[in-house]
Design a protein around this ligand. Structure first.
Ligand code: AGP
Length: 609
């Protein structure tokens, strides 16, 4: 996710901006820039790469202004580059803007500015639109111009704006992306997150959604969207810097688990046009392409592979194309059936997993069309693919993948739906129904997160188990594979996931008095079968925790505990059933005193074979 900082006061702004951005590096970025005043002009310095590249390039330029804004960019639209970096300016270079988020209707605004007002753009970003839009409305009052501009903008954004003609103020806006204001003596600060300003002040205004902020060195004024001045209590920060980076959560993992509703929402909603049709921005798979494709491979590792299993189900069901889902480290040595009629989908959070990259290269060499699902723009998998679907999960720091997984699921559902409707094998009515239900996932995920204590209490009573079993049928076994991986990789408990119908062919020999079994039982058409399997393990003394859809009370007669997820269509339950399993794994690991964010022997990105 991008990082924003701003300063207005009597000190030189540039070092304060650079230091503030350095405290936001944990948010992940691929470029950095500042807009600072010098001799009453705005100077923009911005470079692809680490913050040090920016710092080295400006250290001898003596930007002595005492107002400025700074930005670290996590690319969403437009690959990492100097010109795609922020700040962006209007044509005259007298208005500079930094932005965290995505302007969903930026193409519509961009086309309007180009066609109606002959505006020329320098970058591929959505953010540059903001600078030109404010310029269009500017008539000598920056605050007024910003109010008018944001009326046109749709999406999630935190922005900060400076203007050459008004060098005594910064205007900032918050809509869905984080923004805070730091309060100083004769100086004021703004940032995406508290760590950026902690060195200077612990007194903060927390800016709420749809609020506009006017910063001068004398004071801070907060307006609502009706331009009415808002009162705001000062929030005194007691956290240390590390706690602040986790925004008060104990670990990055639980923070990222709780960021899933937003990640799912952003991954989905920014690709739905006004008619509710998915627009896979930049993915150019036509009906002719799909009519020619007779096989799909989905290849990945670990959690991404588990997302691929759901993708296999979704593409076969919605697009009616046979799918082979394979582990990347195995794929290359199978002599796979790949040719120009194959669509190869690589899924990778980091985009740097060498096994996945090697498999992609092998498929490409054999003529396949390469579509990748990645969370890191500009990563190797991204750059070596023909088409890319970015999951907008934001930076995932914890080694155990959570929000990347559920946004990968969202991605594969969207790709499958797009393929089905494009091929003409999925009715528009069914398409609309699924998208409509997919749109409820963020709020349904939030309901599960709000009831996290159920998983926490279960973990507190069960964390001493040294082996745990996960079982399910259909999509639930695919979801169970991921739940089992989550538990083992952060709690070091030996867990396994087994198809419930397969239990009797061997694994049930391991079930004994007190064995913990998590039974994922969300598939209506397989529910009765799962009830039988629960009884099967109960008869051998197992303690069974079922994950079931709200309303399916029958399971309470068999399982010892039931964690309910909100009702939804069978096809989409993996997005929701993942969350109780993530929470359970997290709280077990915490109870066992494990290093939750950095589990032993593991790396966030496995760049070796
Ligand atoms: C998931 O929790 C693990 N950290 C691991 O399995 C991971 O999913 C796998 O290494 C693939 O990583 P990638 O998505 O970055 O390619």
């Amino acid at each position: 996710m991008c990082g924003i900082v701003g300063y207005i006061g009597d000190k030189k702004a540039t070092p304060i901006l650079i230091e503030g951005l350095s405290k936001l590096e944990y948010r992940g970025y691929d470029s950095a820039g500042v807009a600072v005043f010098k001799d009453s002009s705005i100077h923009v310095e911005k470079y692809k790469g680490r913050l040090s590249v920016l710092a080295d390039n400006i250290k001898n330029k003596n930007y002595n202004g005492s107002i400025g804004i700074g930005h670290t960019r996590w690319a969403t639209h437009g690959a990492p580059s100097d010109r795609n970096s922020h700040p962006h300016t209007n044509h005259a270079g007298n208005i500079a803007v930094i932005h965290n988020g995505i302007i969903e209707n930026y193409m519509k605004i961009k086309d309007w500015l180009i066609e109606e007002h002959n505006v020329s753009f320098r970058s591929e970003t959505d953010s540059e639109v903001i600078a030109h839009l404010i310029d269009y409305y500017y008539e000598g009052d920056l605050l007024d111009a910003v109010f008018k501009a944001i009326e046109k903008m749709e999406g999630a954004y935190a922005i900060a704006v400076v203007c050459k003609s008004e060098p005594d103020k910064i205007v900032a806006v918050r809509k869905d992306s984080p923004l805070i204001v730091g309060l100083g003596q004769g100086e004021n600060f703004l940032a995406s997150d508290i760590p950026a300003i902690l060195k200077h002040t612990r007194e903060v205004f927390l800016i709420e959604n749809d609020e506009v902020v006017l910063l001068t060195k004398e004071g801070v004024t907060i307006f609502n969207e009706l331009r009415q001045v808002q009162d705001r209590e000062i929030f005194s920060v007691t956290w240390d810097v590390e706690a602040a980076e986790k925004e008060g959560y104990e670990h990055f993992m639980i923070k990222e688990i709780n960021e899933q509703p937003r990640g799912i929402h952003e991954t989905l909603h920014r690709r739905l046009n006004q008619e509710g049709i998915i627009e896979l921005d930049g993915i150019k798979i036509t009906k002719e392409d799909l009519d020619r494709i007779n096989r799909v491979y989905i290849v990945a590792c670990g959690t991404a592979y588990h997302a691929g299993l759901i993708g296999k189900y979704a593409i076969e069901k919605f697009a009616q194309i046979p799918v082979i889902c394979d582990i990347a480290s195995e794929f290359r040595y199978r002599d796979p059936f790949i040719d120009e009629n194959t669509l190869f989908i690589a899924i990778s959070q980091s985009g740097e997993t060498l096994d996945t990259l090697a498999a992609l290269r092998e498929a490409k060499r054999r003529g396949a069309r390469i579509l990748s699902v990645v969370n890191v723009v500009g990563s190797s998998v991204d750059r070596e693919s023909h088409d890319v679907f970015y999951t907008w999960a934001g930076l995932e720091i914890a080694v155990a993948s959570t929000k990347a997984y559920t946004t990968q699921l969202t991605a594969v559902y969207m790709i499958a739906l797009h393929m089905g409707i494009t091929k003409g094998v999925l009715s528009r009515e069914r398409y609309d129904d699924i998208i409509s239900e997919l749109s409820t996932m963020p709020e349904k995920a939030q309901i599960i997160l709000d009831n996290y204590v159920i998983a926490q209490q279960l973990a507190d009573s069960q964390f001493n188990n040294e082996s745990v079993f996960f079982m399910g049928r259909g999509l639930d076994i695919d979801a169970a594979f991921e739940g089992s991986l989550k538990l083992k990789e952060i709690s070091y408990i030996n867990s396994c996931a087994v198809a419930a119908g397969e239990l009797k062919h061997g694994t049930i020999a391991l079930i004994e008095e007190g064995s913990l079994v998590l039974a994922i039982a969300t598939q209506d058409r397989l529910y009765e079968k799962m009830l039988s399997n629960i009884k099967e393990v109960k008869a051998r003394g197992a303690y069974v925790v079922a994950i079931a859809k709200e309303g399916n009370k029958e399971v309470e007669k068999s399982a010892d505990t039931v964690i309910y997820i909100p009702d939804t269509m069978d096809e989409l339950t993996p997005i929701l059933s993942a969350i109780p399993q993530q929470l359970f794994a997290y709280y077990v690991a915490v109870a066992r005193g494990c290093d939750v964010d950095k589990p032993r022997n593991l790396a966030k990105s496995v760049t070796v074979e």
